[in-house]
Write a protein of this length. Sequence first.
Length: 97
Amino acid sequence: MFQLTKQEAEYMVSQNAIPSKQALGGFLPYAFTEHGVMRLSNVLKSERAIKMSIRIIEIFVKLRELLLLHKDVSLLVEQVERKLLKQDEKIELLFTY
């Protein structure tokens, strides 16, 4: 678990993850890492806590998958951009000739 910085909290409000700064009660919120959620699930033993922990871990897994997917897409876009730049340079050279 870690406490968000003022800048991180403002970003969370701007992304509607937190309704407003007033909802924080003047305090900076705490957040859990994936590992922290797993450790917390070992402490909290109620059925509801276990279900929530499992769901949160599933969300972390999906986030990791999305990040990897977007990373691959980002790399492909960069490759296409490089090819287009090279083609633009070749076309300009042709016009010059």
